[in-house]
Unconditional design. Sequence first.
Length: 314
Amino acid sequence: MAGKDTVCSLCKNKAVAYLPYAEQRLCNDHFAHSVERRAKRTVREYKMLDGAKHIAVAMSGGKDSQVLLYLLHEIASPMGIRLTAILVDEGIKGYREKVIPEAKSLCKELKVPLKIVTFKRSFKRSLDDIMKLKRKGEGNLRQEASCTYCGVLRRWLLNKATKEIGADRLALGHNLDDMAQSYMMNMLRNEQSLMRLNPVGGDAEAFVMRIRPLFRIPEKEIALYAVLKGFKSTFVECPYVVEGFRPYVRGFINDLESKYPGTKFKLLNSYLSTKDAISVAASKGKRAPNSCGKCGEPTSGKICKCCELIETLK
Ligand SMILES: [Zn+2]
Ligand SMILES: [Zn+2]
């Protein structure tokens, strides 16, 4: 991230990071402090931990969730807040096998209990099974991208597991890049689900309150922070990723960012300043959340999206 022969903007040490949007070069220590300070500020500004007793931390096993768990451990543990990591194993061959031991080792190091929930146990089919069905055209499976199944089923499982362990918050590792991409994807598809991106969201009665402490930190900086902290993280790309729309949007936004530094922050700010108006407009005429007729989880219709997708597998 830094050019050669550069020094920290705040001291005389060698710079390891360049933050183009801030025109700042930072050394190891100043960079780590900067990331920690920004995460703390986000948590405070958005009152993410106010009244919290027990936080479920969604672990994908990748660098984002490692940094999320580490920083929450730093911020929440001194406040007497309990942490439990939850890892969803979708059942993608060659993908989770490498990541699960890394998640286990960090949880052990931080003394945070880890709960693993699987698609196979909960839905009787792994994501691989679901995708095989899709290719064969069996069942009533709709031609939806793997990410749709995976995303909906993951969200359902995380919400359920969080309630099962009695946690009052679900922390998600979404970073600035994720937020900018999701926002742009929402716009390009004209979807009305923008509230799902809310940095602090959910209705305690139905959905567990979700918090995103890293949502203002760029992905590159989280990756660098993970390296500086010595987290072991094998990068394994999801084998289904090519089927998704997100990679196109990611490439497009990264191009824009390199030509016009600060684009990702502008996209995020655009989202933050419009979401309230959008949510009011979108909620007009909508009923309060019901309980899904099949699983009892919250939904705006009669049957939740998860149960609807599971039906297509029969
Ligand atoms: Zn420095
Ligand atoms: Zn349901």
